[in-house]
Each structure stands twice: as structure tokens, then as C-alpha cells.
Design a protein around this ligand. Structure first.
Ligand code: ADP
Ligand code: TRP
Length: 506
């Protein structure tokens, strides 16, 4: 083997005027591990592929989130033969181990630089060693001998992603009810969401205000609900660097796509949808069911399909809507050619529903049996104090039951002072503590648990300009993707032609 060491390689790059630096890292054979370690994503990585062609070997440099269109490459490389070099061929040609390929390989006849590389200022690629990589200034790559820029790469659809850790998710939340968040929502929806945002590569999260119109037709109520939800989720710590957070109504492409999808959706499919069927079964007069409710699943399909997510995390009640989305997206793909990725349901472990303060039914805003997270202290105190406990316990000296007692359920889930919880449980069972003390301690525990979030909520509430900026920036990112997808849809269905001048505003 004729392996040049990394230092020599780096010197050679200097000679060629290719600005770069060497990044040392632990021994990694997988691109993904290197990128993860360097806190980069696939789009910031590049790999060298060696192909055998009519006149010898060529190198193709493409971004790690891209695939190569082989037909295009054949044309660009002016060759009829195009086969990927085997590991053996690769090693004997380059003197390097497969998987450690460098961008500059002097033994090849030509180096083809895929155009997408230049969308990034820097890319990271192999150094010939598994313990270091090289970060290149992309604009200098053209200085490599016998190199040309070609347009042969395309971004892999997320579903092609070989690696499970690279996926995108999308979910929406309807600002119905009052938009207020209670401890049931926190445990059942917010905590799982915060977990998900850590794991996923990309997250789209939006406030489905247009969906709320099916039930909310009062201007003030709509405004209040949306505000409550936005403030709450921001206060809980949505990572707006990673999460594209926006309002559905800020992206007109959702309704535009809905109206196109209407035409390929069989009526029978929608008639089977729960939201609509439930209302009918509950005896609502079909005349009183509005079209918004009826076509709710189609708007939801549009919400999703515009962004090609891999997964949609939803609760059980929404699963059917995702199946409808897959059906509708599938019909479109069949009619017009592959356009949409059909997402999978993200299997959220359905957390047990938190019992309400009435001790009977699940906590819900509509049942008014909840404890709010961001309400004023005196309201939260009242909600806690009115909580149902053990009905058989009349005096503080009566031994009480802890299991199935909502106040202790809340203590166990929210009071971080585990010693205090144990102590209260013991005393409750013995009959040496009053209900009011258990409740007062829960009230204090809730304030402690959400101290940071409550402060942030109040701060944000007094700063509408900041909220506006956050939502504006989310909408701008979402619109970019939505417009791109809609241009493709317009093109496929035939409403653009050589006379059309339409384009989406940025
Ligand atoms: P509400 O019934 O209070 O109006 P929503 O229907 O707005 O609540 O619920 C939003 C999300 O919060 C639901 O999708 C669910 O995941 C979660 N959630 C609601 N109530 C509870 C509960 N009692 N326990 C656990 N999670 C809940
Ligand atoms: N209908 C969903 C709910 O009420 C909210 C929603 C609207 C949604 N569009 C979506 C969820 C798209 C996931 C994906 O919970």
C-alpha cells in the first residue's frame, strides 16, 4: 500500500490552494458516527465514490444526504460503462481503506464535483484515516486537478434514509378548548414532544388554527386560544433552532393543496372518518355538520404531505387520519407520479390518561376537572384545593387510601421531592396528616416544578414582538418547503405551462 499519511495529504492540498483543516476524532468507520461526533448532519458531509468508466476510473464527490443519478452521471462523464469500483479495486487504486476515501485522489482520470456541494460553505470528508477527517472550503475544490462541476446529485427522500436516527417528524395541535395547558396535557403531550424533538433530525410543529374553525367561530376565542398555546409551548422549551414552529394559517399552501386533494379523494373514504361519523352517531343532525368537519382529514393530509415527514406522532384518536393521509397521498402518486412521501404513524406509547380532579374521568378542559400550568397562583390553588381525595376519610385522624387517590397520583408524578411524597403517603395512611396539608404541598410542588416555565410564560406574554418574530421565522422556513412542494404539484397536475408566470412569495 502506498498510503500517504494525513499530514502529507494536507500539505498536498495546501499546494493545490484548497483551504481546509484536519479534524481529529476517535476511530470511526461510519460517516454517521464522524458527523454525529462533530455535531454535523449528512448535508455537511461529503463522500468520494469511485467508478470504473470507459477510460479508467473517475471520482464523484457528492454530499452525504444525496444520491447520484447514474444516467445523468453517464452523460456528464461521457461514458457507456459505469460501475462502482469494488472494495478491492478501490484499495489497489488509491492505497486507502474503503470508507476512508479522500476527496483528492490523484489516480483518477477526472473528479466530478456535484453541484449540491457548493450550497454549503464547508463540507467534511475522509482523510484516508479513520481517526481524522478533513473539512474543506467548498469553493476551493474546483482547484483540484481535472475537476469539473456536474449536476448529478439529488437529495435522498427522508424515507430512503438508511439510518433511523435521521428522520423528520411533523405534528400539529388544534387550539380548541381554551388553548390552556393542564398537567394532563403536560404529561401526555408536552413531555413526549420534548423527548421527540431531541431524537429527530427535523421537526415541523404547527398550531392547527384552521382545524379549530370547525368548532370555534368566535374571533376573540380563536385569538386567545392560539396565544395560550403558542406561549405555553414556547415556555415549555421548544427548540426553535431545530423545530420549525408555525401557524397553519400562515402557510396558504395547506388550503391550496387541500383543494387539489379534494379531487382525488373518494367520498366513501371520508364518509368512514371518525370525526364525522362520531358526530352522526351521537345524533347530530347531518345538516348541522359543516363541511370543515367533513373535509378535516383532507386538510390534515395536506398539512402532512407538503412536508414529506417520515413520521407523524399522534394519539390513538388521530391514527385513522394518518391512514387517510397515506391513502390520499397514494392516490395522488398513482395518478400523477411519485410526489409525496407516505409517512408512518409514530408509535407514541399512549400514556395512561391522567385522572381529573373529580376523581372520576380523565382530566380535560371540557370537563373542568383540571389543574392548569400557567394560570395565576390563586386559580391553581383553588383547582388543587377542590380536588377529590378519599371519600371515606372524614377526619384528618382517619386512615386514608393513597392508591387511586388523585392528589397522590399528582404528587407522585409532579413532586420532585420524593422524600416529602413518601412522608405524606405514610402519614395519610396512618391518619396523621390533614388533606389540606397534602394539597398545600402539592400546590407548592407544582409551582416549583414549573417555576422556570411560568416565568418564561409571563416574560413572553409581555413581549408579543418576540413571539411574532419566532412565528415569522418558523413560517418562513415552512413556506420554503411548502412552496417547493406546491410548485411540483402544480407542475404535475398541469396547471403550469409555458405561459404561466406564477411563483410563490418568499
Ligand atoms: P382536553 O381534553 O383537555 O381538551 P386536548 O384534547 O386538547 O385536551 O389534548 C391535547 C393532548 O394532550 C392530547 O392529544 C393528549 O395527548 C394529551 N392529554 C389530554 N388530556 C390528557 C390526560 N388527561 N392525560 C394525559 N394526556 C392528556
Ligand atoms: N387533528 C389533530 C388533533 O386534533 C391536529 C392536527 C392537524 C394534526 N393537522 C395535523 C396532527 C397534522 C398531525 C398532523 O390532534
Amino acid at each position: 500500500m502506498i498510503e500517504l499519511n494525513v499530514k502529507e495529504y494536507s500539505n498536498k492540498l495546501k499546494e493545490l490552494n484548497v483551504d481546509h483543516y484536519v479534524v481529529e476524532h476517535p476511530y470511526f468507520k461510519e460517516v454517521e458516527d464522524v458527523l454525529n461526533y462533530c455535531k454535523l448532519t449528512f448535508e455537511n458531509g461529503a463522500s468520494t465514490l469511485i467508478f470504473k468508466v470507459d477510460y479508467g476510473y473517475i471520482a464523484v464527490i457528492r454530499r452525504d444526504d444525496c444520491k447520484v443519478n447514474l444516467e445523468k452521471l453517464k452523460k456528464a462523464a461521457k461514458t457507456t460503462l459505469l460501475t462502482m469500483a469494488t472494495n478491492k479495486e478501490f484499495s489497489s487504486l488509491t492505497g486507502l481503506e474503503p470508507g476512508s476515501a479522500r476527496i483528492y485522489i490523484p489516480q483518477v482520470v477526472k473528479t466530478f464535483l456535484d453541484k449540491k456541494i457548493f450550497e454549503k460553505k464547508y463540507v467534511q470528508a475522509g482523510s484516508g484515516s479513520f481517526t481524522s477527517s478533513i473539512n474543506y472550503k467548498t469553493s476551493d475544490l474546483i482547484n483540484l486537478p481535472n475537476s469539473t462541476i456536474v449536476d448529478v446529485g439529488f437529495i435522498k427522500s427522508a424515507s430512503d434514509s438508511i439510518l433511523k436516527s435521521h428522520y423528520s417528524i411533523l405534528t400539529g395541535i388544534t387550539p380548541s378548548g381554551s388553548g390552556e395547558v393542564h398537567i394532563g396535557n403536560y404529561l401526555g403531550a408536552v413531555v413526549p414532544f420534548l423527548e421527540l424533538q431531541k431524537q429527530a433530525d427535523k421537526v415541523y410543529f404547527f398550531i392547527a388554527d384552521l382545524h379549530a374553525l370547525t368548532t370555534i367561530q368566535k374571533r376573540d376565542e380563536m385569538q386567545r386560544n392560539v396565544e395560550n398555546l403558542v406561549l405555553s409551548y414556547l415556555a415549555f422549551g421548544i427548540d426553535t433552532n431545530k423545530v420549525v414552529f408555525y401557524r397553519q394559517s400562515d402557510i396558504p399552501q395547506h388550503t391550496e393543496l387541500q383543494s387539489i386533494l379534494n379531487n382525488i379523494t373518494p367520498l366513501s373514504l371520508i364518509k368512514r372518518a371518525h370525526a364525522y361519523k362520531d358526530k352522526l352517531q351521537k345524533g347530530t343532525n347531518p345538516e348541522d355538520i359543516n363541511m370543515g368537519l367533513f373535509s378535516y382529514p383532507i386538510l390534515m393530509a395536506a398539512d402532512i404531505l407538503l412536508y414529506d415527514p417520515d413520521y407523524v406522532p399522534v394519539g390513538d384518536d388521530q391514527k385513522q387520519h394518518i391512514e387517510i393521509t397515506r391513502d390520499v397521498g397514494g392516490f395522488f402518486n398513482k395518478t400523477y407520479g411519485k410526489t409525496f412521501n407516505l409517512p408512518d404513524i409514530f408509535n407514541m406509547k399512549e400514556s395512561a390518561r391522567l385522572i381529573g380532579t373529580d376523581g372520576k374521568r380523565k382530566m380535560s378542559k371540557s370537563l373542568n376537572n383540571y389543574i392548569a400550568v400557567f394560570a395565576e397562583e390563586k386559580i391553581i390553588r383553588k383547582q388543587v384545593m377542590s380536588c377529590f381525595t378519599d371519600p371515606n376519610r372524614i377526619k384528618a385522624t382517619d386512615p386514608g387510601r393513597v392508591d387511586g387517590n388523585p392528589i397522590f397520583t399528582y404528587h407522585r408524578l409532579l413532586n420532585d421531592d420524593k422524600k416529602e411524597v413518601k412522608d405524606l403517603e405514610n402519614r395519610y395512611e396512618k391518619g396523621t396528616v390533614a388533606d389540606v396539608e397534602v394539597k398545600e404541598k402539592l400546590f407548592q410542588a407544582i409551582l416549583t416544578k414549573f417555576k422556570k416555565e411560568r416565568e418564561l410564560y409571563s416574560q413572553l406574554k409581555t413581549n408579543p414582538e418576540r413571539i411574532k418574530m419566532i412565528l415569522q421565522s418558523g413560517a418562513a422556513k415552512a413556506r420554503l418547503q411548502a412552496s417547493k412542494k406546491m410548485m411540483e404539484v402544480r407542475e404535475k397536475i398541469g396547471i403550469t405551462n409555458k405561459y404561466s408566470s406564477f411563483s410563490y412569495e418568499k
